[in-house]
Design a protein around this ligand. Sequence first.
Ligand SMILES: N[C@@H](CCC(=O)N[C@@H](CS)C(=O)NCC(=O)O)C(=O)O
Length: 292
Amino acid sequence: MPSQELELLESHACFAGRMERYQHHSRQCRSPMRFSIFIPAHGADETLPVLTFLAGLTCNEETFMIKAGAQRYAAELGLILLAPDTSPRHTGIAGEDDEWDFGTGAGFYLDATAAPWDAHYRMFSYVTDELPALIARHFPVQGKAQGICGHSMGGHGALVCGLRKSGQYQSISAFAPVSAPSQTPWGQKAFSRYLGADTGQWQAYDSLALLQEKAGQSHPPILIDQGRADPFLEVELKTEYLEALNDPRLTLRWHDLYDHSYFFISSFVSDHLAFHARHLGAVRRLDPHHVR
Ligand SMILES: N[C@@H](CCC(=O)N[C@@H](CS)C(=O)NCC(=O)O)C(=O)O
C-alpha cells in the first residue's frame, strides 16, 4: 500500500478497480515525478502483470489514461496500467519550457549525458529501473511480468526500453513510433542536445539501429500500428524503415485513414492490451467486476 514515499493526488473507482495518480521524489531525475496507475479489481493475494505506457510529445501522465479508453480492457484482462510523465518538470534548467518538442514534455526516454540536461533528464533509468521498483513496493505486481507500449516519442521509448532491457520486458508495442530518431528532425534535435554531437552515442537510443544490431538474435515480440494518414509519418516517424527489416518478431499493421491522434490509439488499444496480456500470462476475467 502507498506510504510516505508516494503522495496520492487523486483516486477514483473505475471498472471495479482503482484509477490513481501519484507524485514522488525521483532519485534519478532529482525532481518530483508523477505517474498514473490503473489497478484492476483483484483478490487479496493476487498479483497482476504490468503494462507501462509511454506518451508522446506535449503529453503527461494523464493523457493516455484520459484519452485511450484502455481501462475497460485492462480490467477484463487483469493488467495493471502504468503511465509515467514524459519528462521531469520545473527542474530550473534555463529554457526547459521554451519548446514543445524539447525539454518539458519531451524527455525522449533517454539518460542525458550533456550539460545541463544530464542533471535531471534521466527518463531511461527512471522508466526501466526506478519506477518499476517503486511500483513493486506499493502495488500488487507480478514480479517478472512486464510489457511496454507507447505512442510517437513514447513509441520510440517503448521500443528502446524493451529492446535494451529485453530480459525485463516480455512484450513491446507501439502506436506511430518515432522509429529512426537519429535520422529525423525531432530526434536529431533532442539527441544532439541531450546526448551531444557524437552520433555514435545516439545509436543506443535508436530503435532502427537497435533492431539492426539484434538481427538474427531473439528479442521480445513487437506489435506496431501505424496510420497512413498520420501527418508525421513521412518526416518524423519513418515507420517503413522498421518494416524493411523483415524482422519475424515484429508485426507492423498499416491502417488507411487513421492519423496520429488518440482517436487512432483508442481504435486499436484493445489489440495492444490483448497482445501484452497473452505474452504476460494475464488471467482474463469474464466479468471485470468479478474478484477471484
Ligand atoms: N504540438 C504539436 C503536436 C504534438 C502531438 O501531436 N503530440 C502527440 C504525441 S507526438 C499527442 O499525443 N498529443 C496529445 C494529444 O493528442 O492529446 C503540434 O501542434 O503540431
